[in-house]
Write a protein that binds this ligand. Structure first.
Ligand code: C5P
Length: 239
């Protein structure tokens, strides 16, 4: 039985009010709330504070990627909002990730952790080839996981297909997985997808789920059904 939901609901909605309304409605079925680029740049960072006030961990998916000084400054400010996690692209390099982690620790008083974004779940092999990257997503994620761990990230964001490799090369990292689709649900713009149960079986600590919940005619029922469909391996519920 699931005693603690591993679902992070991605509140990719068009206003802070809608995001907070949906967060309140699905709160019994989810473990955390995620706010992404659309809302952070539209409604502004205050949306994260409004979600923090609901009492669950908040994930600010800012996907930072710039020179270390800039990323450090942005992370410090995000840390002050009371969020539990912030993301930065691992492709920004180890010194950028270190600056992000340091800024975040400073801003949050040690509460918030950095999650390194590896290869987006919407990206396939042909996208990598087009920009001159010959490695497979699996090989890239394996290298990125080592960099993220060396830089002091708390965890990593990867597709369900790369969970196993992350577990092998950097088992200390928390594994957060988007690209999760219940059986029969539309993929949308995602490419490297799996079902929630497959992702859990491959070692995901958290599943990021957006449109299968937010786009459902009854989001509360969709979130409840998703959690009910999960069989969590022993130990995972002790999160
Ligand atoms: O609607 P859907 O379930 O596809 O939403 C997935 C969420 O996870 C989005 O908010 C997206 O920004 C985020 N995400 C992702 N792939 C990554 C990192 C984050 O899809 N690699």
């Amino acid at each position: 039985m699931v005693t603690s939901s591993p679902i992070i609901v991605a509140l990719d909605l068009s206003s802070a009010e809608e995001a907070v309304r949906l967060a309140k409605a699905v709160t019994p079925h989810v473990g955390a709330f995620k706010v992404g680029l659309g809302l952070l740049h539209g409604a502004g960072p205050g949306v994260a504070t409004a979600l923090v006030d609901l009492g669950k961990p908040v994930f600010a998916d800012a996907k930072l990627h710039d020179i270390p000084t800039q990323v450090g400054a942005a992370s410090r400010r995000l840390g002050r909002l009371g969020v539990r996690w912030v993301t930065a692209h691992v492709s920004g390099g180890e010194s950028m990730l270190r600056a992000a982690q340091e800024g975040l620790s400073e801003g949050s008083g040690g509460y918030a952790g950095l999650l390194g974004v590896t290869v987006l779940t919407s990206i396939g092999q042909s996208d990598l080839t087009a920009v001159g990257i010959a490695n497979t997503p699996g090989k890239l994620v394996s290298k990125m996981a080592k960099v993220a761990a060396a830089a002091g990230c708390e965890g990593i964001v990867c597709s369900p297909q790369e969970l196993a490799v992350v577990g092998t090369v950097a088992p200390e990292l928390l594994r957060v997985t988007p690209g999760v689709r219940p059986q029969g649900a539309g993929k949308g713009d995602q490419t490297r997808v799996m079902t929630p149960q497959q992702a859990i079986e491959r070692g995901a600590d958290w599943l990021v789920v957006g449109r299968p919940i937010t786009g459902a005619s009854d989001p509360v029922a969709a979130a409840a059904a998703l959690v009910a469909s999960l069989e969590i391996p022993q130990g995972v519920e002790d999160r």
